[in-house]
Structures are given as C-alpha cells and as structure tokens.
Design a protein around this ligand. Structure first.
Ligand SMILES: Cc1ncc(C[n+]2csc(CCOP(=O)(O)OP(=O)(O)O)c2C)c(N)n1
Length: 618
C-alpha cells in the first residue's frame, strides 16, 4: 500500500511518477471505505483526487496558500497532509472536520463552508504576500457550482486587474449538487468543446523555453500570436477578458498534464485561471451515476451504494409537499432555491410546476432580490433556503423586501444546530437577524402538522415578509398542531416557566418530567411566533411564576430570551430569576445534534439542573 507510507506532502513528492496512478486508486478506495462508515461529501472528493495529488506534487501547502472554495472537497488534501488516521472520526464530535480548519493543520490555509469567497480570500493573501515582500504561491480551488455565486465575480474582477501572481483552479464537473444552472455553465461547456487552444498554447510555449518573457523574439511573436488566436479561436474566455491568463481546458484525471500545467501557471507569475475538467464521483460507479445523491451522503453500504439507515420523513420533505399543494391551489405561488432543490425538499415541486420553480444557482442574495421582484408584481414567491446561507442575503432582506413590505415567504430550513457540517453550517443567526428587521413575521413550527398550518398561514393569511423556520431532520415527541395563537401552553405548573420555540420544546417537556419527579412543577410554553413578540403573550406565559427559563439554539446576543426579558422589564414585570440557555458567544463545532445540545447545556438534563440550582438559590 502506497497510501500508508504517505505521512506528509513530502512523501507524495518523493514518489516515482509510475507510483502515482496506484496512489490515486488507493485514495479512491480510502474515500469510499471511510465515507461509507461516517457519511460525508464523497462525490466531489472522488472527482478531485488527481487534481489534489497534482497540487501536492507541485506546491508546498505548508507555505504556499491553498484556499478551498466551500471546502467539502478537502478530504484528499487531509489524507495527504498527515490526517489519514483521523478519518474514522470524520465529521464527529471532537473529530476531524469535514471542512478545512487552520487549527487542524498548517496545510489548511483558511476555513471554508460557504461558497464563492475563495478568489477574494486568495487575492487578499496574495496582496499581503506582496506587501510583506514574501515569496509563496497562492491558489484558489473553486468549482463550477461555486462560480455561479456573485461573490466569485467580485473576486475575479478585482484579481484579474490586480497583476498579483495568483492561480485560480477551476474544477469544472458540470455539477453543483444537482446539474449546474445558468449562463456560466454554458460558457464553460463551450470552452470544454475547444480543447485545441490549450495544445496550441503549449506547442507555442515549447518553442521559447520555460521563461519566454525574457526572450525578445517571444515578445514580438506574442503580439502575432494574440492576433492569430483571435482569428483562429474567436471569442475569448470571460477570464481572459477579466485580465487572467487562461490555461485550459485540461483533463482533470490526467495527472502528468495537471502537474505540467500547474508548474506553468506558477511560472507565469501573474493572475492565471487553470480550467480543469473532472468527473464528479470518478471511480466509484454509484457516485458517478448519481453524483447528487453522493454529494453529501449518510453512512452507506459500499457494495450496494444503499444508505444504511434510509432517512425518515423530514421537515424539508413536509415543507416541499405542502408548498406543492398550495401551488396547485393558487397559481401565484412559486418556489425559489439557491442550488439546493433536493436539500430543501423542492424536487417534487420542480417536476410538478417547472414554470413556477426557479433554481437561481448558488446566489442567495440574488434569490432574495428576485423574490422581491416577483412579489412586487403580484406573485407569491417562496424562497426555501438554509438558515446559514440566508446570511448571504441580509442586506437584500432589508433593502428589497422589508422596506417595500413585500409579501415574500422564506422557508428557513436547517434552522438551529445541524450536526456534522459544523460551525459554518449551523443555523444559529436567523432568529437574531430576521427579528431585527422591521415588519418581518417569524414563525416557528414544532411539529410537521404545525409546519403545514404555518406555511399556509404565511402564504394566504399574513401580509408582508414572513419567515417560517424549521430544523434539519424530523420531529420529536411533540406532534400536535397548536399554531393558531402566537404562543401555546404545553404543560401547567406553578414553580417555574420554561419557554422555547421549534423542536426544542421537546427538551423542555422532558425537563418538566424530570423536575416533576423531584417535586418541582414547571409550566412549559412554546412561542409559535418569535417576531413580532407581544407583551400580553409574554405576560401570560410568565404568569405569577418567579423564575423564567428561555431555551434556544441560537447565539446569545439579541436572542429571543433577551427580547422577552426586555419586554417584561419595560413593563416593570421582570421575573425574579431569569435563566437564558443558548450558545452564548461560542461557535458550535461538528457533532450530532444531541451531543452538541449536551455540550452546550441545552438538553433536558441541563435545563432541569439549571432550574434545580435556581430553586436552591444558587
Ligand atoms: C453560500 C452557499 N450556498 C450553498 C451552499 C451548499 N453547497 C455546498 S457544495 C455546493 C455545490 C458546489 O458545487 P461545485 O462548486 O461545483 O463543487 P463540486 O461539489 O461540484 O465539486 C452547494 C450548493 C454553500 N456551501 N454555500
């Protein structure tokens, strides 16, 4: 086994060229074996095996800076940089992160998780290098999916004109999570169909040796070549127009050629785009045939490609089905996704109502603004988006939707802790930022039944902007529909009020059972609506009880508990004892939701303990 002998990139560099195909084969087996046990992002990593090996043959990632876009394709990099043994802990609590983390290794130049920022980050690094008079290469590794995000163009626009030596490697597999959409993929596919230009460039370069710019004849001929190119290959690439040297397209599974081109890109000492064509899922037939399913997958049987535990009904699925029912009833209802049709449960809607379904690509800000446009002209747009990615659209929520009081509905999926994707993906900001925007109604179903009712209410009864936020996965023990009022009492008690929203009410009900066994009677309330919050409802929830505990899986500053406390204090009704249980100021790592709730003191046992302490005057 070659892979077992690789403890650092130095070992990769020391291998003979003939050993590299074997290394790539072993890396693919390693990926399938490990990800089938832990779950994770498989297909993108399988496609990037040769590319990552080539990067480590040519560059030294302990000093050269490799910036991953999204970062879900970093597994091969991790395996080659001394972290193979940790793969059994991939994406688990206290284990190896599924994304680049500088605290894990000097080879991880920057964190990643959200798409399309790599060129901007890399340009900043390149500028710092130049200003500090240092000497290392800076690379951004970005997929064609991430290239659909507007931020990528802001970076390219600036980088191309900067003259900063910087290499943007475009890993083009024609896929986002699902097939890529929009005009940019068409541009890339046109480039793919013209491979001859790369060969011409290579042949031309070989005439003048490795450092052509030092050659006077080269400089003269360069102008001739440019005219020749315009004649023979009319229509330059977008990248060239932006100021980059464009090298490509290159077969991303041809390792010798990849190494050659990366060396060439480094020598050019200017902004370069290396366009690489890869096959998502390469080498594992199930993933090649169904790259969407194997993009991010739970544990599966490597022999059959089938999930070990088929997923049950989820909030996303219920959301998608309900929305499709509503669209059948009202022709104004349309759905928007930002490259997450499967994840947000909208695939069925897309098939049933293709003319009212819009995949805007990885462009959340654009999705929000487009929804505003649709609403302004009489449609009822519903933008289904993960809480964490909605952060990208914050300004548009204020500027394009709230200021006009437009009736746009947000389906805020993956609200709260999401588990294995970790700190970049938890949905822990939306209860803070949505509630700060004037005019927004924010609804929080605790069960599937409530999600159905609340979505209908959001679409057909409420006016102005409405967000319905719901978690990843399924419902808990609470399955009723008590959504008709802004808040609901779930259990009566005399000693303490426990308050929460969404599925966290299950932890409160469990805590109330624990406390009842100890003689402490807790009254449990759930907020169906966290914005606007009204004084009467909050007062009713507090009643005459002197202790109030508010449980949330959001950050602390500006959380619902703080707002509840402020309302009560404003009216001179502050509880004697206020306990706010939330994430405080700490970013939650990866781990199962129950492990994270335990570690942040958000589970039933911790709630009961906090009440016990308060009861005993601690
Ligand atoms: C801002 C943002 N929106 C959505 C996502 C979810 N997401 C993760 S990977 C991905 C597709 C990326 O496609 P591409 O860059 O081509 O990489 P590939 O997986 O094809 O290698 C999406 C939509 C994200 N990470 N960031």
């Amino acid at each position: 086994m070659i892979l077992e002998t690789i403890h650092s990139p130095t070992d990769v560099k020391a291998l003979k060229k003939e050993q590299l195909p074997q290394l790539c084969q072993e890396l693919r087996e390693f990926l399938v074996e490990n990800v089938s046990r832990t779950g994770g992002h498989l297909a993108s990593n399988l496609g990037a095996v040769e590319l990552t090996v080539a990067i480590h043959r040519v560059f030294d990632t302990s000093r050269d800076r490799l910036v991953f876009d999204v970062g879900h394709q970093c597994y091969v990099h991790k395996a080659l940089t001394g972290r193979q043994e940790l793969f059994s802990t991939l994406r688990q609590f206290g284990g190896l992160s599924g994304f680049p983390k500088p605290y894990e290794s000097e080879h991880d130049a920057f964190i990643a998780g959200h798409a399309s920022n790599s060129v901007s980050v890399a340009l900043g690094m390149a500028r710092a290098r130049t200003l500090r008079g240092q000497d290392y290469s800076v690379l951004a590794l970005i997929g064609d999916g991430a290239l659909t995000g507007g931020l990528a163009y802001e970076g390219l626009n600036n980088a191309g004109a900067s003259h900063e030596p910087l290499i943007v490697i475009l890993n083009d597999n024609g896929m986002s999570i699902n097939p890529n959409v929009g005009a940019m993929p068409s541009h890339l596919s046109r480039l793919r169909s013209k491979p001859a230009y790369y060969h011409f460039k290579k042949w031309y370069r070989s005439l003048f040796g490795k450092h052509p710019m030092e050659n006077g004849l080269y400089r003269f001929n360069h102008r001739v070549k440019s005219s020749l190119k315009k004649t023979l290959w009319p229509g330059s690439t977008l990248f060239e127009d932006m100021g980059f040297t464009y090298l490509g397209p290159i077969d991303g599974h041809d390792l010798p050629r990849l190494c050659d081109v990366l060396e060439w890109a480094r020598e050019l000492n200017s902004p370069v785009v290396v366009h690489v064509n890869t096959i998502k899922g390469k080498g594992y037939p199930f993933a090649e045939q169904n790259p969407g399913k194997f993009h991010g997958i739970s544990p599966f049987d490597p022999q059959t490609g089938l999930l070990k535990k088929p997923g049950g009904e989820s909030f996303s699925g219920v959301f998608g089905k309900t929305l499709a029912d509503c669209a059948a009833e009202d022709r104004r209802v349309c759905a928007i996704t930002a490259a997450m049709a499967d994840g947000t449960g909208l695939s069925g809607f897309a098939k049933e109502f293709p003319d009212r379904f819009f995949d805007v690509a990885i462009a959340e800000g654009h999705g929000v603004s487009m929804a505003a446009g649709l609403a302004s002209q009489g449609m009822i747009p519903v933008f289904a988006v993960y809480s964490t990615f909605l952060q990208r659209g914050y300004d548009m929520l204020i500027h394009d939707i709230a200021l006009e009081r437009l009736h746009v509905v947000l389906g805020v999926d993956r609200a709260g802790l999401v588990g294995a994707d970790g700190e970049t993906h938890h949905g822990c900001f939306d209860p803070l930022f949505l509630c700060t925007i004037p005019g927004f109604t924010v609804l929080c179903p605790s069960s599937f039944a409530e999600l159905r009712s609340m979505l209908r209410k959001a679409l057909f009864q409420l006016d102005g902007p409405v967000a319905v936020r719901y978690p990843r996965g399924g419902e808990g023990a609470f399955r009723e529909d008590l959504s008709d009022k802004p808040a609901a009492r779930l259990r009566e008690g005399t000693d303490v009020t426990l308050l929460s929203y969404g599925v966290l009410v299950n932890n409160l009900l469990e805590a109330a059972d624990i406390l009842a066994a100890e003689g402490i009677q807790a009254e449990v309330w759930k907020l169906n609506q966290i914005s606007p919050l009204d004084h009467t409802t909050i007062c009713e929830a507090l009643g005459s009880r002197k202790t109030l505990l508010v449980l949330e899986d959001s950050f602390g500053a500006g959380c619902v508990g703080q707002r509840v406390a402020a309302i009560l204090a404003e009216h001179g009704q502050a509880p004697e004892k206020l306990i706010l249980k939330n994430l405080g100021k700490t970013f939650a790592p990866e781990g199962s939701v129950s492990q994270l709730e335990h570690s942040f003191g958000l589970d039933a046992a911790a709630v009961a303990e906090a009440v016990r302490e308060a009861a005993h005057g601690k």
